[in-house]
Design a protein around this ligand. Structure first.
Ligand SMILES: Cc1cc2nc3c(=O)[nH]c(=O)nc-3n(C[C@H](O)[C@H](O)[C@H](O)COP(=O)(O)OP(=O)(O)OC[C@H]3O[C@@H](n4cnc5c(N)ncnc54)[C@H](O)[C@@H]3O)c2cc1C
Length: 497
């Protein structure tokens, strides 16, 4: 792979034993991993094309330990990469050869459930699904539901501003997190936000959500929980082409209907998912939309009718409404199994993540097929259509010389296409290392400089997760002196809202 990461600091590597000893003094017992074989499981996240064993792993379990580790590393000029469950698809948790990997998996307790305030306070290593599991008996749930929710941590969700099927109606992580406790690289413990929406002061919580482990380490998260809707029903809509399904999505939203979820799978994805989990998807369609409506039963019935009519007008031949809760869950089980099901189509896949204006869906899907022909690699589409959040899965075989590079070039072309039509480089998987070098396609020099000034405010020595997100990391002192032309216009491709 062609990824360029910062050169390892030989002086730091030379002090490895002393660094391990210092970490062991802060986290005694089993909390420090330094044996090279034991470091292997940490060498990548879910973007497995990039691998790098860390210098050492430390697994604290108390905020005081996190603060002490960060303060010590700051004092000694040692880099730190935070890690939750390691399911990032953009390489955000990729370790550094000369860095400490700070694993948050031991922060795995739910600290408070308050039904009156409708909040859960959780440690960052708690999995996304565990939050819903903790409150479901009382009729509540946590709305953002990444397909990885059984494994990914709520701290990782905050860092990536993760989304999921139900974010179309209920918002992404940023719309569902009320507060965090955060430790800065200098070891200061901050509390941002709280137990209610919209606290006083600058919205630093908004800055932290989606900051990809570059600004601080999250040690506690307060999320809002929602009461389960009275009814939820899903409908499977089969289309003769991907474009007609894409047009249906645009028409549903234009009609003022906001489904709880609206997901698109193309023919290859439908067949792979059905073979994997056998949920009864129709196999004679070119594209399948799964649309979920929720709310009072009468409203659901009415909206399902309205959506089915729009689908018919776009050529849909199949419309199957879930008859009960088990069938609704089965409809979603196929969608959630779509990524793992790709294993039956190709040895490897790259999962891209870009967002486009919904009305451009048919055109972008058509142009993606042209790119697929030009690069000679198949692409499978499974994505959050309602949000315009694409997840093209590029199929390839690492063992075939050059295919990985072709897949990467194809992926970059797709993301440039997203920006060209007025979209953005990432919907929910973050920038990480995967899209780092594409940032200038979206942001001008001034934009990037200002974003890095925020990084400098939290981490002036650039020790926290360097090499991610920013294509070039300027030293903070240099950044302050950077001369920017007055009145320089934003990048011409920047979307205007
Ligand atoms: C099969 C599969 C399906 C997926 N589906 C979705 C999906 O539907 N929607 C979606 O949004 N994502 C999805 N993802 C991506 C991934 O699960 C999310 O990005 C998730 O939020 C990562 O959480 P994690 O705990 O695994 O974080 P990690 O991978 O460990 O880390 C991700 C980033 O967060 C930072 N980080 C982690 N913990 C902390 C912390 N406590 N403090 C500060 N920074 C921290 C890391 O430094 C890194 O930059 C999927 C991944 C897979 C493998």
């Amino acid at each position: 792979m062609s990824l360029v990461m910062p050169e390892p600091d030989q002086a730091v590597l030379g002090r490895r034993d002393a660094i391990v000893a210092a970490l062991q003094a802060i986290v005694p017992g089993e909390g420090v991993i330094s044996d090279p074989d034991a470091l292997r499981p940490y060498e990548s996240d879910a973007l497995t094309a990039y691998r790098q064993p860390p210098m050492v792993v430390v697994l604290p379990e108390r905020v005081e330990q996190v603060a002490a580790i960060l303060a010590w590393c700051h004092g000694e000029g040692v880099k730190v990469v935070p890690r939750g469950s390691g399911t990032s698809l953009s390489g955000g948790a990729l370790p550094l050869a000369d860095g400490v990997l700070l694993g948050m998996s031991r922060f795995n307790r739910i600290l408070d459930i308050d039904y009156a305030d409708r909040i859960v306070v959780a440690q960052p290593g708690v999995t996304n699904l565990a939050i819903t599991r903790a409150v479901e008996e009382a009729g509540f749930y946590y709305a953002p539901d990444p397909s990885s929710q059984i494994a990914c941590s709520i701290g990782g969700n905050v860092a990536e501003n993760s989304g999921g099927v139900h974010c179309l109606k209920y918002g992404l992580t940023t719309n569902n997190v009320l507060g965090v406790e955060l430790v800065t690289m200098e070891g200061e413990v901050l509390r941002l936000g709280g137990r209610q929406l919209d606290p006083a002061g600058l919205d630093l919580l908004g800055v932290i959500v989606g900051s990809e482990g570059l600004l601080g380490v999250v040690t506690e998260v307060t999320v809002r929980i929602l009461p389960r809707p009275e009814t939820a029903r899903a409908v499977l809509l089969g289309f003769p082409s991907v474009e007609s399904a894409g047009q249906c999505v645009a028409d549903v939203i234009a009609e003022g209907i906001i489904p709880a979820g609206m997901e698109l799978m193309d023919r290859a994805a439908v067949h792979a998912a059905e073979a994997f989990v056998q949920v009864g998807y129709p196999l004679d369609v070119e594209a399948l939309l799964i649309v979920e409506l929720d709310g009072p039963a009468a409203e659901c019935d009415h909206l399902i009718e309205a959506v089915a009519a729009i689908a018919r007008a776009n050529g849909a031949g199949t419309a199957r409404v879930s008859r009960d809760e088990a069938e609704r869950l089965a409809f979603w089980a196929g969608r959630k199994a779509a990524f793992p099901a790709m294993g039956s189509l190709a040895p490897d896949y790259l999962c891209m993540d870009g967002t486009i204006p919904r009305r451009r869906l048919p055109e972008v899907l058509r142009r993606m097929q042209q790119l697929s022909d030009a690069h000679g690699l198949a692409v499978v589409n499974v994505f959050h259509a309602g949000d315009g959040n694409l997840h093209p899965l590029i199929l390839f075989d690492t063992n075939q010389p050059g295919q990985l590079e072709t897949a990467e070039a194809f992926g970059n072309d797709i993301l440039r296409l997203c920006v060209e039509v007025g979209g953005v480089l990432t919907g929910e998987h973050g920038v990480g290392v995967e899209k780092r070098d594409l940032m200038p396609a979206m942001f001008g020099e001034v934009d990037l400089a200002h974003q890095q000034r925020v990084k400098c405010a939290f981490d002036p020595m650039l020790l926290l997760n360097p090499g991610k997100v920013f294509p070039t990391l300027h030293r903070c002192a240099e950044l302050g002196r950077m001369h920017v032309h007055h009145g320089q216009l934003p990048h011409p491709d920047l979307p205007r809202f």
